[in-house]
Ligand binder design. Sequence first.
Ligand SMILES: NC(=O)c1ccc[n+]([C@@H]2O[C@H](COP(=O)([O-])OP(=O)(O)OC[C@H]3O[C@@H](n4cnc5c(N)ncnc54)[C@H](OP(=O)(O)O)[C@@H]3O)[C@@H](O)[C@H]2O)c1
Length: 262
Amino acid sequence: MDLDQPTVPLTGDVRMPLLGFGTWQATGEAGYDAVLAALDARYRHIDTATMYGNEKEVGRAIRESGLRREDLFITTKLPPDRVGRERQTIEASLAALDTDHVDLWLIHWPPSAPGDSIPVWREMLAARDENLTRAVGVSNYSVSQIDELIQATEETPAVNQIRWSPSLYDRQVHAAHRDRGVVLEGYSPFRTSDLSDPVLVRIAQAHDVSPAQVVLRWHIDHEIVVIPKSVTPDRIRVNADVFGFSLTAEEMRDIDALGRSG
Ligand SMILES: NC(=O)c1ccc[n+]([C@@H]2O[C@H](COP(=O)([O-])OP(=O)(O)OC[C@H]3O[C@@H](n4cnc5c(N)ncnc54)[C@H](OP(=O)(O)O)[C@@H]3O)[C@@H](O)[C@H]2O)c1
């Protein structure tokens, strides 16, 4: 991947851009327009899912952008009710996205029957071994649920995508992922933030940026992947403009302190 944005290494030679573009609730033409605008604003990592019902629009936007497939990082996710139909599901994702592989395939939520998690994980690993995806991981898993997968298969999920933001910051959860070699990917950075929080506003003013940009930069400086969503062209651009400043150690500590264990 030829990219001047920060990335985090996953397994092998796979590198994941720390900034991605979220697409939940960005469907139909609005979804297509948003992804095209995001690629134009230099996002190179797109987060979708079977459940979002927009893989076709994401695929069309990628095609129309004219960018090379190898310069993009695409994540999609397996809905937990597809137990036993994993292969069919990724084939449908690849057809809709119009690509022969994704970069990351995640189990969207732990299956409701706890015994199903390990067979699903084995199917994910099989898809990776067949090069349908370059890396595999999970979403909405607890650390103990991740440990069950590792114990059963000796294969560590490359990524766990969970709700994350300054107000949800938990140093121990972050460290537990790092200790296992699992990259933490945060979702809903704005939905779970108070963008009028005085700490965020003060730090934003100090850098002449918005509190939303501070939230995104805080993830990146912690080496946590972040995937803001917007269908608004100005916001799409501003949310990608987070590489022209960085936060001081003191500012990072002040933002951490907004969380549960800051
Ligand atoms: N794995 C999972 O279970 C899971 C669950 C939820 C989300 N996700 C992923 O994470 C992505 C992001 O999470 P999310 O969509 O829940 O929420 P989010 O990115 O935290 O917030 C999106 C909302 O914030 C608004 N917004 C965007 N930029 C803004 C800015 N600069 N200032 C103020 N408001 C702004 C958007 O409005 P407009 O669109 O109107 O501009 C939208 O209403 C999703 O799209 C999806 O890809 C994964």
